[in-house]
Write a new protein. Structure first.
Ligand SMILES: Nc1ncnc2c1ncn2[C@@H]1O[C@H](COP(=O)(O)OP(=O)(O)O)[C@@H](O)[C@H]1O
Ligand SMILES: [Mg+2]
Length: 283
């Protein structure tokens, strides 16, 4: 079922004379992951702050769960989850006590705490004080807290930034699971692999402007102007060929003689797409 959870329409934001968001238009549907991919300073966090009512836009409209983001009532806050840097975790409380504290505020039954602890892989650390957790474990606790009340929309502002690859992978798995359960997820990242892997749709954000929008596949195919193929032949020789009639004949010939070990098309990565659209690197 298609259900619109977020709609940004012609959003612009100025800090003083500085125009940091320019005419942003996007939607997020139920069960969808939308990523804002862009370098530091592009305007990702500002966008999240506007949608979650922490900042007011200069012009345009921001709707979340059918309400104006600037005048949300408390009922709406109970339907959102937020993962950001300022985690709001109490370091001197244990993992379990942290979640119990928030469960009470959010009127969530205690059984749900155990469920979430399992889901984020912290069950065996529940008696540890939060201050003693590793960075990755702490991020899982932040995520556990954000989804405790089964929010309909989850915001994650660079959730895997600075985490080791295996913890990042665990978090990606959790997000996929939450999406499968129908949660709408708004993700920001400067990691193009993360955006490519996680997103149903990705918006490339550069200096406050969405310069491209689509599925990761759509964007990579759109910028696949020089079609190239990497061939590995029997005996180990590798060839990189560009689309042409000669290439077609050559590949057909190798194939007829059963000389091809592997054959891959080389479409650009999202990083190359970003570079092509903006003329700058993501990092
Ligand atoms: N409260 C603020 N006052 C003035 N400028 C700000 C404020 N918050 C962010 N900015 C500026 O807005 C731009 C976008 O910032 P931000 O949304 O944090 O980018 P990102 O999250 O993509 O790194 C940056 O140039 C930043 O310096
Ligand atoms: Mg940011």
């Amino acid at each position: 079922m298609n259900k619109e959870m977020i709609r940004l329409s012609h959003i612009s934001k100025k800090f003083g004379d500085d125009l940091v968001l320019k005419d942003i238009n996007v939607c997020l549907q139920r069960g969808e992951i939308l990523s804002f991919l862009g370098p530091s300073g592009a305007g990702k966090t500002t966008t999240i702050k506007i949608i979650t009512g922490q900042l007011r836009q200069t012009s345009g409209e921001a709707w979340i769960l059918g309400q104006d983001a600037g005048s949300m009532n408390e009922m709406i806050y109970e339907r959102l989850g937020l993962v950001t840097d300022n985690s709001g975790i109490y370091e001197y409380l244990t993992v379990y006590q942290n979640l119990k504290y928030f469960a009470r505020i959010l009127k969530v039954p205690e059984a749900r705490i155990r469920e979430v602890l399992e889901q984020v892989g912290l069950a065996e650390h529940q008696k540890k004080s939060a201050g003693k957790l590793s960075r990755g474990q702490k991020q899982r606790l932040v995520l556990a807290r954000a989804v405790l009340h089964k929010p309909e929309v989850l915001f994650l502002d660079e959730p895997t930034s600075g985490l080791d690859p295996s913890t990042a992978l665990e978090i990606h798995k959790m997000l996929h699971q939450l999406k499968e359960e129908g949660m709408a997820i708004f993700l920001t990242t400067h990691n193009m692999e993360e955006a490519a892997k996680m997103s149903d749709h990705v918006a490339l954000l550069n200096e406050g402007v969405i310069v491209e929008y689509g599925t990761p596949e759509e964007l990579c195919l759109k910028y696949n102007k020089t079609k190239r193929f990497r061939v590995r032949l029997a005996g180990g020789r590798e060839e990189l060929l560009t689309q042409s009639l000669e290439t077609a004949k050559q590949i057909a010939e190798w194939m007829a003689r059963d000389q091809i070990e592997t054959l891959h098309s080389c479409e650009p990565t999202l990083e190359r797409v970003f570079l092509e659209v903006t003329g700058r690197e993501l990092a």
